[in-house]
Design a protein around this ligand. Structure first.
Ligand code: CDP
Length: 196
């Protein structure tokens, strides 16, 4: 069975948690596409070369979750050749046999517009910054400033900007527990799977 769940949304909206839970629930493979851009940004040197030569080892670095790696990722993510170099891998993953969940910014709009389920997971900037601050610590006001800066860069870029696909189900998790958000996502996938 080919079945793709595309989960897009701004920084720290809960995409990762929801994606992992949906993948585990249905036995689908999961790809965190943000990790690809984080690895390219962290590699240094020419980002286009880094994207063309990305290896498993690059994705296994333990410094990819930092705020700095997030900023570096969103700076290389505006480069069309970087995005182009990562398309084939992501499309192959999305349409693999057995089902796949991909989370990112442009999965439902550009990478896999034919995805069977599209979710756009969002929350207010304050709520998202607070969640990210609980993970990374430091100064909460600075975390908020960085979240807002990164969202602006992601939404304003010319190629594959962050936006909900027209046919995406929007999940605003500002006032939702993570369990409730996961339950809503699972219900949507189950509803669509019943039609297969
Ligand atoms: O986890 P968080 O939402 O903070 O970030 P991420 O998903 O790891 O993505 C890091 C950065 O990579 C984003 O701010 C985007 O600039 C970029 N990205 C992208 O352009 N397209 C994707 N499909 C995924 C990430």
């Amino acid at each position: 069975m080919i079945f793709t769940v595309a989960i897009d949304g701004p920084a720290a909206a809960g995409k990762g948690t929801i994606s992992r839970a949906v993948a585990a629930h249905f036995g689908f493979a999961h790809l965190d596409t943000g990790l690809l851009y984080r690895a390219v940004g962290a590699k240094g040197g020419d980002p286009v070369e880094a994207a063309r030569n990305l290896t498993e080892g690059d994705l296994g670095r333990d410094d990819l979750r930092t705020l700095e790696a997030g900023q570096a990722a969103s700076r290389v993510a505006v480069i069309p050749e970087v995005r182009a170099a990562l398309v084939t891998f992501q499309r192959g993953f999305a349409r693999r046999e057995g089902g796949a969940v991909l989370d990112g910014r442009d999965i439902g709009t550009v990478i896999c517009p034919e995805a069977e389920v599209k979710l756009f997971v969002t929350a207010s900037a304050q709520v998202r910054a607070h969640r990210r601050w609980l993970e990374v610590g430091g100064d909460e006001a600075q975390v908020l400033a960085e979240v807002i800066e990164r969202d602006k860069r992601d939404a304003d870029r010319a190629v594959s900007p962050l936006k909900a696909a027209e046919d995406a189900l929007v999940l605003d998790t500002s006032a939702m527990t993570i369990d409730a958000a996961v339950a809503a996502a699972v219900a949507e996938v189950r509803r669509r799977l019943a039609k297969e």
